[in-house]
Design a protein around this ligand. Structure first.
Ligand SMILES: [Cu+2]
Length: 243
């Protein structure tokens, strides 16, 4: 047992605070530094959720690390044989109540946030989405635009219009993933799965396969572009003329 319990407890709270601050800074900085630029409403929501949940997790993780350091410093047993019984943490009412309350508040918040995000997404669905058929096969993606007979290996999307992807596969299970749009859904043979999103920024899309689908899975990617509505219409017309 520590000789100066007050001082060591002070050190525990200080290290908890400092580690929390570091965690909060990393939660904000890492996504800004390393995540790709978000090109859709869903990706923006994903970023906000990632940053917010990381910030909330920072004091929890830091509490565990600070407690581990504190325990290693002050409760390490150096004697011979079996150490004497220590007070059980479950008998410390204050700790138990704080622990349960914090866990309850955090989990309820995460649940409410998740349900709210889902509801926001469902409400944003427009009645007239642009439909894009997506077909995965070993090992490439192709996109077609119903009504225009256009088929392409480049995914072109107009800005600010909701898109409905109807996804399927010609052989094995693939995973349709537009990295910077927060869109991810399985492509299964014989089934059409759908997913919606709305591009909200011009830029280059990164399309990948995220289900291991054979030898060249790692190379199963495609590029795409979010362009203005006018650019999209002229691209579609030009493609239709070519076919
Ligand atoms: Cu694949």
């Amino acid at each position: 047992m520590a000789t100066n319990g007050k001082a060591s407890l002070k050190l525990f709270f200080w290290s908890w605070g400092i580690l929390t601050a570091v965690g909060v800074v990393l939660s904000v900085w890492l996504p800004h530094r390393y995540f790709p630029v978000a090109l859709s409403n869903d990706m923006h929501l994903t970023y906000t959720t990632t940053i917010l949940f990381s910030i909330l997790a920072a004091p929890v993780a830091s509490g565990v690390y600070a407690a581990a350091l504190h325990i290693l410093r002050h409760y390490r047993y150096r004697g011979e044989g079996v150490p004497p019984a220590a007070p059980q943490i479950r008998e410390n009412t204050k700790t138990v109540i704080t622990w349960l309350t914090a866990s309850l508040v955090l989990t309820v918040f995460v649940l409410v946030w998740g349900l709210g995000a889902l509801a926001a997404e469902n409400n944003s669905a427009s009645s007239d989405p642009l439909v894009v058929n997506v077909v995965g096969q070993q090992w490439l993606w192709s996109f077609s635009y119903p009504g225009s007979h256009v088929e392409s290996n480049v995914l072109m999307l107009p800005d600010n219009r909701e898109v409905e992807f109807r996804v399927t596969s010609e052989d094995v299970t693939h995973g349709f993933w537009i990295v910077n749009m927060g869109v991810q859904i399985d492509a299964n043979p014989g089934v059409i799965t759908t997913i919606h999103t709305t591009p909200d920024k011009l830029g280059t899309l990164e399309v990948r396969c995220e289900q291991f689908c054979g030898l060249n899975h790692a190379f199963m990617d495609a590029v795409g572009h979010v362009v203005t509505k006018a650019q999209f219409s002229s691209w579609l017309a030009a493609q239709a003329m070519r076919s």
